[in-house]
Write a protein that binds this ligand. Structure first.
Ligand code: ADP
Length: 446
């Protein structure tokens, strides 16, 4: 229920509650301490006066034994108006009172403090009752009680109003940010919120919002570009397939021509299947942050395996493939299929972009807790200015050239996505001969 209330109401509510409890406790303590101090003073004073009266009686008894009552009266003149002094003899008969007996009743009705004292005189014991009316103090204490009781709700109400106003004022900019943020959609992701230079939570909030918008903007642009590039790449094979079919169907032809057209369609369909497969892989890599199934992959085994896979392709171009693996196995945690795919992409590129009679070297090493895989070729290399972009999707150094070899510029992007999934890194350098060196380093499995 409370959670559904606006923040400002909750803030004001909490503020008021805490303040009210504080005020109530404070008022109660003040009232109790004050009352205790006042009444403690009364009793201390009465005890003193009674003691004084006792001493006085002892002295007076010696000097004016016959007229002790008059001496009592003498003493009571020194007492303030609000004191009542009564003296009883051993058989509880009132022998002296400083006020008429009629006044005793009203005295008893009111509040008073009293001390009783038995005094042994020569003429027999007497009982002294000395009391003081606390009416004035009672009135003051009651009045203070009422004042405090009224002040607490008064201040609490003030605090509620003030707290609501303050939190409203403090949260007003948040409403502004919310309004602005509400207007930002996929169409205007490049817009940003105004950052108040207040060095507070609001500044951090808007900066965080803006950083998030920037990330979203970049992601959406990337996806849009990717979709546009993908559609563009898919258009060509589809157009070829359509043209081949339309041509074949335009008139009746000999069987060989149909076969040629169908073979063309088949080839393009295969290309398209590969492209769609790559696109799907990248799209999945964007949403899946980590590889779900983790195997223990022996990279040495993998290198041997993939090398034998590309051996035929390399042999067709008369390339020398040199394999250098350590004597012990080097295991990493990952997905065998993905790592195999990454290695195949790098080796396939090396074969594709290395002219006949060249060489390819695959090297696996372990340095501390890192497994390092190097794929080096003596090929045409990648120009300096293109090196940072080769991992981008659909990037080709020379589109016309790599199109001939069937590449869409997705291979290295896929390799990088795989590398990232495995907490690894991939780096591109060039060797003295101008060829490429791709080195991948990834943590060795414990
Ligand atoms: P593609 O499918 O076109 O090969 P990649 O993403 O695998 O796409 O590579 C991107 C571009 O990087 C290629 O078009 C090519 O120009 C360049 N490239 C990749 N590997 C090599 C290499 N070993 N030697 C020279 N150029 C390379």
């Amino acid at each position: 229920m409370i959670k559904s209330l606006p923040v400002r109401t909750r803030l004001a509510g909490w503020y008021t509650a805490v303040l009210s409890v504080g005020l109530i406790v404070f008022s109660l303590i003040v009232w109790l301490i004050l009352r205790h101090m006042l009444y403690a003073d009364f009793s201390a004073m009465l005890v003193n006066q009674a003691r004084g009266f006792e001493e006085y009686l002892h002295i007076e008894e010696k000097e004016h034994a016959s007229d002790l009552v008059r001496e009592m009266d003498e003493f009571s003149k020194s007492l303030p108006q609000d004191h009542l002094l009564m003296v009883y003899d051993a058989s509880e008969n009132l022998i002296y009172s400083n006020k008429p007996v009629a006044a005793h009743q009203s005295w008893e009705r009111g509040h008073y403090f009293e001390v009783r004292r038995s005094i042994a005189l020569d003429r027999g014991p007497v009982k002294v009752v000395l009391s003081i009316s606390t009416a004035a103090t009672d009135r003051a204490v009651t009045l203070l009680g009422w004042l405090l009781a009224l002040a607490v709700p008064f201040f609490a109400l003030g605090a509620a109003g003030g707290g609501y106003w303050l939190s409203r004022k403090a949260l007003l900019p948040v409403d502004g940010i919310t309004e602005r943020a509400r207007l930002i959609g996929i169409g205007n992701l490049s817009e940003r919120l105004d950052v108040p230079q207040t060095r507070d939570e609001l500044q951090r909030l808007t900066e965080t919002w803006n950083a998030m918008l920037a990330r979203l903007d970049a992601a959406v642009s990337r996806i849009s570009r990717f979709t546009a590039d993908a559609s563009h790449e898919l258009r060509t094979p589809v157009a070829i397939i359509r043209l081949a079919a339309e041509n074949a169907l335009r008139k009746s032809r000999p069987e060989i021509e149909y076969r040629t057209a169908l073979a063309r369609i088949q080839r393009e369909s295969e290309n398209m299947t590969c492209l769609i497969d790559d696109l799907l892989f990248l799209a999945r890599a964007d949403v899946e942050q980590s590889s779900a199934a983790v195997d223990l992959v022996d990279l040495r085994e993998l290198v041997r395996d993939v090398c034998s896979d590309v051996a035929a392709l390399a042999a067709a171009k008369n390339l020398t493939v040199n394999q250098q693996v350590p004597a012990h196995s080097v295991s990493v945690a990952g997905r065998t299929a993905d790592l195999r795919r990454m290695l195949l992409i790098l080796l396939d590129n090396a074969v594709k972009y290395t002219p006949e009679e060249g060489f390819i070297r695959i090297q696996l090493d372990q340095a501390d807790d890192q497994a390092i895989l190097r794929i080096e070729d003596s090929g045409i290399g990648i120009p300096e200015e293109a090196r940072t972009r080769v991992f981008q999707r659909f990037f080709r150094v020379d589109p016309s050239r790599s199109k001939e070899s069937g590449g869409y510029g997705l291979g290295l992007a896929i390799a990088q996505a795989i590398v990232q999934r495995h907490n690894a890194s991939i780096e591109l350098q060039s060797n003295a001969a101008g060829g490429c060196i791709f080195s991948v380093s990834m943590p060795v499995a414990a």
